[in-house]
Ligand binder design. Structure first.
Ligand SMILES: [Mg+2]
Length: 189
């Protein structure tokens, strides 16, 4: 069996932990949550990266207590602590040759986050896509057509354009933070 995992909000606790930490750092530096949110939304619409986000804040806001580089480092330094440990334990038992990451976002930023979590050696391939995951997921299914391929993502929309008729070996699982035993049952059902 092959396993494909999404990164943000699956392997990495982006919304639950990292974004909260990010806003805490920014507020501590003297920028209110409302102001930070405004820049966040602007940058997100163009394809989010932490560099662009921090840059947008410093370009417009004055009287920030620390330097742009210090704030960037403070935010990014904690990434290693926000990995989904339950999933990580599951993956360690699966074997590198069976595990893939297919993640969506700006390539440089996604790869920096993955690098900082130190989980890359647990995966045989890490793919960053800008648009649909269809091509990447279906390529993995085609290459492994004698095996079941399980694709775990927290966004239902990532499943919408997949060709389940052409790839009957593909099974999708919507990750909503379910416990590992539930996830195991869903994988094996
Ligand atoms: Mg996600």
């Amino acid at each position: 069996m092959k396993y494909i995992f999404d990164f943000d909000d699956v392997l990495f606790l982006n919304t639950a932990k990292f974004k909260k930490h990010m806003y805490t750092c920014i507020e501590k530096a003297g920028v209110s949550h409302e102001v930070a949110l405004k820049y966040y939304n602007e940058v997100r619409d163009k394809g989010f990266s932490m560099r662009d986000f921090v840059n947008a804040i410093y370009k417009n806001e004055k009287d920030i207590k620390i330097s742009e580089e210090e704030l960037y480092k403070e935010i990014m330094h904690e990434i290693k602590n926000f990995i989904n440990q339950d999933l990580l334990n599951l993956i360690k038992g699966i074997g590198k040759e069976n595990c893939y990451i297919v993640t969506h976002g700006k390539e440089e930023y996604q790869l920096e986050k993955i690098d900082r979590t130190s989980i890359a050696p647990l995966f045989c391939e890490i793919i960053v896509v800008q648009d649909s995951k269809k091509q990447s997921i279906e390529n993995i299914c085609a290459k492994n057509n004698t095996e079941k391929v399980v694709f775990v993502d927290d966004k239902e929309k990532r499943f919408k354009d997949l060709d389940f008729e052409k790839f009957p070996n593909l099974k999708t699982i919507l990750y909503t933070g379910q416990d590992i035993e539930t996830l195991r049952r869903e994988i094996n059902s």
